[in-house]
Structures are given as structure tokens and as C-alpha cells.
Write a new protein. Structure first.
Length: 357
């Protein structure tokens, strides 16, 4: 997983945990940027600090962390997760690293909050549709009804999993196969936040795939300004993120099958097929893992389930774009979002009880 470091001053090379690093240094206050490749997605860290060595140490630590995550959480390349799935499928329990155990517990929380719409236990179904790949669009044949039916009948769910205090994972349903990609970006962003805090760095913008976590302020002492992607690949609008706010976006605009544009990588595990209810979803929350899980769940819920799911998961800042060009948005996010010229065909505002995002 290469990443590279770029300097305005003479170039220095640093290799850490099989990642190649690139950082751009400017005059004080120091601005440092690094890009990493993990899980087939790009991660970018943009941080501000008054100390070059402090930034160096932080970025090297992030490189090692992401390399560990890649080796531990990967859903189809050999990893701690694939070895766990092999044991669960064989009826055996397995003790896993503390971070993987914590992710599974978070996935159980997301499953319960979403009433099962977020279901990482259905990894076999995800694999059957060809989405255990980094090569998109997927060109393999779609699974047949005969292939999908037994996977649905087995009904793997996060409630089938037990995680003991020592990290031993077991299941009563051997059809369970975990795919934790639906919360990996939010979980990794939270880890990076904790690492930066230990290094004394409080101003940073963390991008991982379709996920953004804002810490502190930008170089002009303002909230970090980010764009929300539209289903057609453009920018739907921009929003300012305050300290500690996460923005998670999901959609069928990138990771999808080649046979039809509507067959994105997010499955409705109730039907066993890619969801067709929504084109894109975004959530802002101070809980990065919840934001990540909720964006996926909203895609499955679609416009008809927007109100119910937003209330269940406490999503005060959320939006959902439909294939017909309409936009469903909570009133709290509408007040913060500045739409671009690519305005939606229609906008429906939803009111969710509570304060803040």
C-alpha cells in the first residue's frame, strides 16, 4: 500500500509499515499532508501544527495504524477478519485483536439502531454479487436466484454473534460472514483522531474514501469547508464542519456493477439484491462510526424509510438523493448546506427531534 511524501523543501523519504509517504511542508505554522492507500480507497490527512517533528511522528504513526487495519480488517484479502470468518463458518470460536472486537460490537450497535438495515453479517451475499473486489465496475455475472435463496434463508444477522470480554468471537449461525467495510472508514477516522490527540495535534481534516472528520479549524481559523458529492459525480453542495464533526457519504455512483447503473455495492439484505431506493446519502454526526453506518442504512431505507430511520438513529443532519433527482433533507442540514448550481429537481424537508447534529 504505497503512499508518498512531498516537501516544498528538499524531498525526504520515509518508509513505514509497507506504506510510502508524501508530505508537503510550508512555513510555520506547519501544514502537513499525507496520502495513503488502504482497502482500495485513498486516505488523506491534512493537519496543522507548529512542530515539524511532531507532524512527522503523527503521520508515521498513522501510516503504521492504517497498515495494521488493512492486515486486520480486510474482508477478502487474507486478514484477521477472513480467518475469523473461516472459523465461524466451521463452527469454531476465535479470539481477535481488541480493535476488531470493538468494531464488531459497533456493528452490532448499528444493526440494532437501524432495525437490521445495516447488516455486516451478510458478507457471503456481498461476495456473491462480486463486491469483494477493488476493481470497479464489477463485470462478473450476477448471482442466480438459486444462489441467493439459500443465503437469504440462512438469515445471518449481527445478533447471531457473541463477543466475549477477552475478544473471543463465536456465532450460533455458521452462515455469518462479516464484512465491516460499512464502518471501517468511520472507525479508522476515530482511531486517527485519538492518535493525533496523543501527539498534541488538534487541527486536522481526515479523508478516508467517502468519509471526512474535521478537527479544530483550518489555516484561516475557520470551520473546515467540504463538499457533498452529487449522484452524478459533481458537487451537490458545500457545508462547514465544526470541530469533531464527521461527514459520511455513500452512493451507487462509484462502486457498482457494470450490468446496470442502478446496481450499486450497497445490498438490501432483506431481498438479497442491491438496493434501488436511493442514489446517494450523507450524514453529519459527532459520532464518526455512527455517521458511517447511518449513511449505508439510509441508502437501504430509501425515501419511504427516511423519517423512521432518522428518528431511530438520531440523525438530525442527513440527506438522501433519489434516482429521480429529488432530495430528502433534514431541516438542520438544510440550514447549513449551500447548494451548488446543480440544484435538485425537488426538495423535501424532514424535521427530526433533538438539537445539534
Amino acid at each position: 500500500m504505497p503512499f508518498r511524501r512531498r516537501y516544498a523543501l528538499p524531498v525526504l523519504a520515509l518508509m513505514a509499515a509497507a506504506l510510502s509517504v508524501g508530505v508537503l511542508w510550508l512555513r510555520p505554522p506547519v501544514r502537513a499532508e499525507a496520502e495513503f492507500l488502504v482497502f482500495g480507497s485513498r486516505a488523506r490527512i491534512d493537519l496543522r501544527t507548529g512542530d515539524k517533528e511532531q507532524a512527522d511522528a503523527a503521520l508515521s504513526g498513522i501510516g503504521r495504524l492504517l497498515a495494521h487495519n488493512h492486515r486486520t480488517w480486510h474482508a477478502w484479502e487474507p486478514s484477521e477478519l477472513t480467518r475469523l470468518n473461516e472459523d465461524l463458518n466451521a463452527g469454531r470460536a476465535r479470539q481477535v485483536p481488541a480493535d476488531l472486537a470493538a468494531m464488531i460490537r459497533e456493528a452490532q450497535r448499528g444493526y440494532m439502531l437501524s432495525d437490521g438495515l445495516f447488516n455486516p453479517a451478510a458478507g457471503k451475499l456481498i461476495g456473491a454479487w462480486g463486491f469483494h473486489t477493488s476493481d470497479y465496475p464489477v463485470r462478473s455475472p450476477s448471482p442466480t436466484v438459486e444462489q441467493i435463496t439459500p443465503l437469504l434463508a440462512a438469515a445471518p444477522a449481527m445478533t447471531d454473534i457473541l463477543v466475549a470480554d477477552d475478544g473471543t468471537v463465536s456465532t450460533r449461525n455458521p452462515a455469518v460472514s462479516l464484512d465491516l467495510n460499512g464502518l471501517a472508514e468511520g472507525f479508522a477516522a476515530r482511531q486517527i483522531h485519538e492518535l493525533l490527540a496523543r501527539q498534541g495535534i488538534h487541527d486536522a481534516l481526515i479523508y478516508i474514501g467517502g468519509f471526512v472528520l474535521a478537527l479544530g479549524q483550518d489555516e484561516k481559523q475557520r470551520p473546515w469547508r467540504v463538499g457533498i458529492r452529487a449522484p452524478n459525480g459533481g458537487i451537490l453542495g458545500v457545508v462547514d464542519l465544526n470541530d469533531g464533526e464527521a461527514l459520511s457519504s455513500s452512493g451507487d455512483y462509484q462502486r457498482r456493477r457494470a450490468d446496470t447503473e442502478a446496481q450499486g455495492h450497497i445490498l438490501d439484505t432483506r431481498t438479497g439484491r442491491p438496493q434501488r431506493a436511493a442514489a446517494a446519502a450523507s450524514v453529519i454526526s459527532r459520532d464518526p462510526v455512527l455517521a458511517d453506518m447511518a449513511a449505508t442504512a439510509l441508502m437501504v431505507a430509501g425515501p419511504d424509510g427516511f423519517d423512521t430511520l432518522s428518528a431511530r438513529m438520531g440523525l438530525r443532519c442527513a440527506l438522501l438523493a433519489s434516482h429521480d433527482g429529488s432530495l430528502h433533507i433534514t431541516s438542520a442540514l438544510q440550514a447549513r448546506l449551500r447548494l451548488t448550481e446543480q440544484s435538485p429537481a425537488s426538495i423535501r424537508v424532514h424535521h427530526v427531534a433533538g438539537t445539534g447534529c
